[in-house]
Design a protein around this ligand. Structure first.
Ligand SMILES: [Mn+2]
Length: 428
């Protein structure tokens, strides 16, 4: 469905007085307010095509109805989010589910919603249903690490095919996440698995266009439970470093062991020039893929604090020089409402981190004033920046309160009317 711009205008007019009352203390007396609003306007967070349907667990899935049935409907859903918040201006595709049959038409459709194509994602963590007589090889024991060169070749060719689809849409990056690893001691020679994976990645790297990046995503455990061949930021960094200047590490917040200091990882990778992209989500126990900021908002803020510090130190553009994406999936919420919540949580953490008094923080650190340093960070974290985020949305043409408007317009019911109550999105 397309959102009538008049609905947004009416919604904003109705909320304008209250919004101005909350915003004026900022614009009247806070020097950085304008700069923060502009940075928020520029900041876009890509939506992965697999987050648009209700996520499942291995115990079951409860589709909510009206889920997108095709690539075109997935693009329409992201277009809807972007119309509401003006901060979801890109979609990240997952191949083989999102193969464009007519790339030019797909590009035009995305452009009509103001959407770009973010990193394309390959998939070698499951076997695809093949045609009868198809000689497809299995990834049961890994893909790029596999002991059989024919399986490795199949996985390499798949990644090169994903690059080709990405090129046809104007994407500029490939994300490789591997489930490769082992479930039991003795199953795998770690050294040889690393070398085989590196060699496979080198073949993929060789197929990258000059202006492309490849993101090597790591994960500590699951689906393999004894070892993961790209299991932590150290191994991802090794691969990225050995591959070359177009290869970067990608940090997915849920892919760490419990209590890992992700903000420190981010700081070091950025300092080495090897942080390429981000997958936002939140978790309490493992790779829970919960809504960004729903469990540990302070951690999200601390990560943004390091991101801004590190990007500014390298004169990087916050909006353009790293890949920002949500990677979450849920069983109990409307996926579109959930994505609106995630984007807002990310914007809030970003805005709070922009407010950190860095000069004062440096001074406190140089004086070993631990209390003062902590206070400076917490002062920014405890600031209510919601009026700034709302103002950024307003200036960009979005809705003051996207979630409220989504409900008021009964968007989900309309999608169910258009698409049916039993549709199930692919690519989860
Ligand atoms: Mn991820």
């Amino acid at each position: 469905m397309n959102l009538n711009p008049d609905f947004i205008a009416d919604h904003n007019a109705a909320g304008q007085t209250q919004h101005q009352r909350k915003l004026s203390p900022w614009t009247d007396s806070v020097e950085q307010a304008e700069a923060v609003i502009q940075k928020l306007v520029d900041f876009q967070i890509a939506i992965p095509s697999w987050a648009l349907g209700t996520g499942g667990t291995r115990f079951g899935r409860f589709p909510g109805g009206g889920e997108p049935r095709s690539l075109e409907e997935k693009i329409a859903d992201v277009g809807l989010l972007h119309a509401l918040n003006r901060a979801s201006g890109a979609i990240s595709l997952h191949i083989p589910w999102d193969i464009p049959t007519d790339p030019q038409a797909t590009k035009q459709l995305a452009a009509s919603y103001g959407l770009a194509f973010d990193a394309v994602n390959s998939n070698t963590f499951q076997d695809q249903p093949g045609e009868p007589g198809d000689s497809q090889l299995s990834y049961k024991f890994g893909s790029l690490q596999h002991v059989d060169p024919a399986v490795r070749r199949q996985a390499i060719d798949h990644n090169i095919e994903v690059i080709r689809h990405g090129v046809s849409l104007g994407s500029k990056a490939l994300t490789v996440w591997l489930s490769d690893g082992s479930c039991f001691p003795g199953q795998l020679n770690f050294r040889k698995a690393f070398e085989r994976t590196l060699s496979s990645l080198q073949d993929i790297y060789a197929a990258l266009p000059d202006d492309w990046k490849v993101f090597v995503e790591y994960k500590a455990f699951e689906p393999n439970f004894y070892s993961m061949t790209v299991g932590d930021w150290g191994s991802s960094y090794l691969y990225a470093n050995k591959l070359g200047p177009k290869a970067y590490t990608l940090v997915d917040l849920g892919h760490h062991l419990p209590n890992a200091n992700i903000e420190q990882i981010v700081a070091i990778l950025l300092n080495e020039g090897k942080l390429g992209g981000f997958h936002f989500n939140d978790s309490k126990y493992g790779d829970d893929d919960l809504t960004a900021g729903s469990i540990k908002p302070y951690q999200l803020f601390l990560i943004f604090n390091e991101l801004i510090d590190g990007m500014d130190a390298r004169q990087m553009n916050h909006a353009q020089d790293l890949g920002w994406m949500i990677d979450a999936s849920h069983n109990v919420k409307d996926p579109l409402e959930d994505l609106l919540q995630s984007v807002e949580a990310i914007q809030l953490a970003y805005a709070q981190a922009l407010l950190v008094d860095r000069a004062a923080l440096d001074e406190a650190r140089d004086a070993n004033d631990v209390v003062r340093a902590q206070e400076i960070l917490q002062d920014a974290f405890r600031t209510d920046v919601r009026p700034l985020v709302a103002e950024a949305r307003l200036r960009a043409g979005g809705a003051l309160n996207p979630l409220a408007l989504f409900r008021q317009l009964t968007v989900r019911q309309q999608l169910i009317g258009e698409r049916g109550a039993k549709t199930v999105a692919t690519g989860l």
